[in-house]
Ligand binder design. Structure first.
Ligand SMILES: *[C@@H]1O[C@H](CO)[C@@H](O)[C@H](O)[C@H]1NC(C)=O
Ligand SMILES: *[C@@H]1O[C@H](CO)[C@@H](O)[C@H](O)[C@H]1NC(C)=O
Length: 185
C-alpha cells in the first residue's frame, strides 16, 4: 500500500518534471538581427610563411595537404594575424586573430576556423572567439558564429560576416569581418 503511494507520488513528480522540461524547450529568446548591441568592421590580414619571409609572415602551414582532391584537404594553418580598422595591412593593428584553420572539403575550398580576436590596447582589452565553417570557395559572404568572450567582450555572442577583400594566391589574403554582437554585458 505504502509502496503504491510512493509510486504514484513519484510518477506525479516525474510527469511534472517532464512537462516542465518540454515547456522550457519551447521558450525561444527572440531578437532583432538588425539591432546588434555592438557593431563594427575589422580587417584581418594573413601572410603565409614561404621560407624567406620570416620577418613578415603571420601564418604557417603545419600540416601539408595529403593529396586528397584538389582543394588542400587536410592542410592545417596556425596564425597570429594582425587585425586592423581599414583594409591597409600596414595600419596599426587593433587586435590579433590567434588560432588555426584547416581545409576540410574535397570538392571545393572550405576551411574550418577557430580564431580568438585578442584585444590588448588602452581602448579595448579582452577577447572574443569565432568558430565555424568558412566555405569561401562557395559563398562570397559567410556568417560565422562568435561563441564567447572575455574582458570588454565578456560572455558575448554574435555573428562575424566574412568577405574576402583581397587574395594573392596562397601568399596573402585580407578578410573583411563585419562583427555583430547580440549579447553584451
Ligand atoms: C617584409 O618586411 C620587410 C622588412 O620589414 C619589408 O621591407 C618588406 O617590404 C616586407 N614585405 C612585404 C611583402 O610586406
Ligand atoms: C598587453 O599589453 C601590455 C601593455 O603593453 C603588456 O604588458 C602585456 O604583455 C600585453 N599582453 C598580451 C597578451 O599581449
Amino acid at each position: 500500500m505504502v509502496n503504491q503511494i510512493y509510486k504514484q507520488v513519484f510518477s506525479f513528480f516525474l510527469s511534472v518534471l517532464l512537462l516542465q522540461s518540454s515547456t522550457v524547450s519551447y521558450v525561444r529568446k527572440s531578437f532583432d538581427l538588425n539591432k546588434p548591441c555592438r557593431h563594427f568592421v575589422l580587417y584581418l590580414h594573413n601572410i603565409a610563411y614561404d621560407d624567406d619571409n620570416a620577418a613578415n609572415a603571420t601564418a604557417a602551414t603545419i600540416v601539408n595537404p595529403l593529396g586528397l582532391g584538389d582543394y588542400s584537404f587536410g592542410r592545417v594553418i596556425i596564425c597570429d594575424d594582425p587585425v586592423t580598422m581599414d583594409q591597409n595591412y600596414l595600419s596599426k593593428p587593433v587586435a590579433r586573430a590567434q588560432g588555426f584553420y584547416f581545409y576540410n572539403k574535397k570538392t571545393n575550398f572550405n576551411t574550418w576556423v577557430a580564431w580568438t580576436l585578442v584585444f590588448n590596447s588602452t581602448k579595448h582589452k579582452g577577447t572574443f572567439t569565432i568558430m565555424d565553417a568558412n566555405p569561401y570557395g562557395m559563398e562570397p559572404t559567410r556568417d560565422l558564429a562568435i561563441v564567447g568572450g572575455t574582458g570588454d567582450f565578456l560572455m558575448t555572442r554574435g555573428i562575424a560576416t566574412l568577405k574576402t577583400k583581397l587574395s594573392q594566391g596562397s601568399k596573402y589574403f585580407c578578410l573583411e569581418m563585419n562583427i555583430k554582437l547580440y549579447e553584451c554585458y
